[in-house]
Every structure is written in C-alpha cells, then in structure tokens.
Write a protein that binds this ligand. Structure first.
Ligand SMILES: Cc1cc2nc3c(=O)[nH]c(=O)nc-3n(C[C@H](O)[C@H](O)[C@H](O)COP(=O)(O)O)c2cc1C
Length: 367
C-alpha cells in the first residue's frame, strides 16, 4: 500500500487554502437549458465539493456569440448571473473554492447558436475541416466563420472582461480563461489556424497577443490572484494545431508571469482530443518550470499517475475530468484507494437533469 498520497496533501494557492490537490476539471454537461445554468447543477456541483476542494465550472459563454453547443450556460446576462448564484452558494456552504470557466467557442460553433443565425466568429475565415463533434462520435460540419476585424477583436477582449466581472457578481471565487481545446483563444494561438496579417497574427508574439490581452483585461478587472488560464498547446482538437507546440507553450508560460495570475492549467501532450490519448515524449515540464504561479495538469490522470506527478514536482494540482464525472466522491475514493464507478460516456452530453448527471453512486458510508 502506498503511504504517500501526494494528491491528498494540502496546498496553499495564494489566498486559497486547499485541503487536497484533486481538482474538478471543467466539463460541459449540456444541461443548462437556453444558456442559463439550472437548479440541477446545485446538486451536481455540491456532490463534487469537499471542504477546501477546488472546482472549475463548465465552460460558460461570455457573450451571445460565444456558444457552440446547446444547453451550455452563459455568464453575460443578469438572468444567467442570478442562476449561477445558488449553485456557487451551495459549493461555498460545503467549503469549496469554485471558479467559473470563461469560454468563447469561436469557429467551433454553428449558425443555429448565433444571434440572427449569423456565422460564428474567429481569427480566420477558414472553417474547421474535421467532422467530429464534441462527443467524439457524431459527425458535424462547421460553417465558414466571419473573420474578426482588429477593432472587433478588442470588443471580444472587453466581453471577457465583463464576463469576469459577472462571474464575481455571481459569487465565484475567480475565473479560468478557456484558452484550450480549439476554441476562440486557441484559434488565435495556433499557427495552423491563425492566418491574420494584423497585430493579432503572424509571428508567435502576435498570435499570443489576444490571449495575453484577455488575461490582462480580466486580471485588471477582478485581480490577478483570482485568474487562471487553461491551455492545450499540444492538442489538435477542433482542427486546431501548431507546428511548434513546445515554443508556443513556453512563450505563453513565460509571458503569463508578467501578469502575476494565480494559475496555469495545461492539458497533457498525450491528449490529442478530449478523450483520445497517444504515446509521446513531449512533456509539460518546461512550461511547469517557466511559470511562477500554481501549475495544474489534466488529461488521462488517475490515482497512481496523479500522485506521481505531484510527488515528482511536475504539478501542484491535478484536474480530473471523466473520473470525477463518474465519481462524485473522488477525493474520498482516492484516500481509501477504493474502487471507482465506471463513467458512462453515452450520457456525458445528454440533457437529462438527473440521469448520468447526479445519479452516480457514492461509496457506502461505512466504507
Ligand atoms: C463531458 C466532458 C465535458 C468537457 N467540457 C469541457 C469544458 O467545458 N471545458 C474544458 O476546458 N474542458 C472540457 N472537457 C475536457 C476535460 O476538462 C478534461 O481535460 C478531459 O476530460 C481530459 O481529462 P480526463 O482524462 O481526466 O477526463 C470536457 C470533458 C468531458 C469528458
């Protein structure tokens, strides 16, 4: 039996005193009807809350053009902010630290999710060529996006800023800027997508400008110690890849230090999509060493390799997606080295308020 559950050691993340290192990864569950978080999320998140546990909420749209899937929550209207309040409140009552993930899908969207049926927006006018949908199974074709003008890029930065303010108004402890998985920020970052000729395209510095200006705007608005960012330089999800992911990741990690943000949350190079992994020699260690704040890793972690990455200094915290989805009491199960529930992929993205959402069993209390 291993006596060093590194994942269960407390951790001080600036002003947040975490009682363990097991983070709830952000996961869209498509149960927020009409882009408004619903009461069933109170139970879902509070089931996954522990005293001093860190939760990152599902991707939440920052503006009317931000959504790419049905029934994802937003954080740009008063109604949406009000709807989040009891959910955040319930997590706080159980002692959790809860961040809101701020999301813009960019071209990974469809006219049907856009105001007046317009095309989605992006840094480019090239559509996504890949046909795989969010669930990794359904075939979907994406429309050609509208290329943002330089002026419009600045408006989107302001939308992130306003959404961060709204998240604080809803009671969240901070925000995670979604810069991963082929959505808008990642579209700007990656050289296989970004074909701009203005200050937001071309060389590495220009491609990272949008992400860093979003970070700066959000940090100015709510304080850098309440801001994290999620990145996936190595992934090719949503047809969004880069010819030199090491250089991209390292440049971002170094540049983020300028803003003194709370954390950098990075998806492991082994994850090519949200679900599929491969063998690779690539590593997040250079980014880990370069970034001065809290470093969170995600992607294909379990109890064993999660303990190892923390114990070896590869990360401060580990975010768990599918295992936490299927095991609301994951920290307890890791503590006891208990057997885990199997997650059911067929209900990840269905819209039922209970099935596959809040009906995963807890360990019996006498365990
Ligand atoms: C159902 C589901 C929804 C997801 N939604 C999001 C999301 O909203 N934002 C995000 O950054 N990642 C999202 N992801 C990716 C996860 O945060 C995580 O990176 C991924 O599941 C790999 O980690 P795992 O191997 O621990 O599951 C989602 C994953 C799943 C399974």
């Amino acid at each position: 039996m291993d006596s060093t559950p590194a994942l269960l050691a407390p951790y001080k993340m600036a002003s947040f005193s975490l009682s363990h290192r097991i983070v709830l990864a952000p996961m869209s569950r498509l149960r927020s009807y009409n882009f408004v978080a619903q009461p069933q999320a109170i139970l879902y998140y509070s089931q996954r809350t522990t005293p001093g546990g860190f939760l990152i909420g599902e991707a939440s749209g920052i503006s009317p053009t931000a959504h790419g899937y049905p029934n994802t929550p937003g954080i740009w209207t008063k109604e949406q902010v009000e709807a989040w309040k009891p959910i955040v409140d319930a997590a706080h009552k159980k002692g959790g630290v809860f961040f809101c993930q701020l999301w813009h899908a960019g071209r990974a969207s469809d006219n049907c999710f856009q105001p007046d049926g317009r095309p989605p927006i992006s840094c480019t006018d090239k559509p996504i060529r890949a046909k795989t949908h969010i669930d990794g199974v359904t075939e979907a074709s994406f429309p050609a996006p509208l290329r943002l003008t330089t002026h419009e890029v600045k408006q989107v930065i302001n939308d992130f800023r306003k959404a961060a303010r709204n998240a604080m108004e809803a009671g969240f402890d901070g925000v995670e800027i979604h810069g991963a998985n082929g959505y808008l920020i990642d579209q700007f970052l990656k050289d296989q997508v970004n074909d701009r000729t203005d200050e937001y395209g071309g060389n590495l510095e220009n491609r990272c400008r949008f992400a860093l200006q979003v970070v700066e705007a959000v940090a100015d608005e709510i304080g850098a110690d309440r801001v994290g960012i999620r990145l996936s330089p190595f992934a090719d999800y949503n047809d969004c890849s880069d010819s030199n992911p090491e250089a991209l990741g390292l440049y971002m990690a170094r540049s983020l230090n300028k803003y003194g943000i709370l954390y950098c949350h990075v998806i492991e190079p082994r994850m090519i999509t949200q679900f599929d992994s491969r063998k690779t020699e690539d590593s997040l260690l250079p980014m880990r060493k370069a970034f001065k704040g809290t470093f969170i890793v995600a992607g294909g972690y379990n109890r064993k390799n999660g303990n190892e990455v923390v114990a070896s200094g590869g990360a401060d915290l580990v975010a768990f997606g599918r295992l936490f989805l299927g095991n609301p009491d994951l920290p307890r199960r890791f503590e006891l080295d208990a057997v885990l529930n199997e997650y059911d992929r067929s209900t990840f993205y269905t819209h039922d308020p209970v099935v596959g959402y809040t009906d995963y069993p807890f360990l019996e209390t006498n365990n």
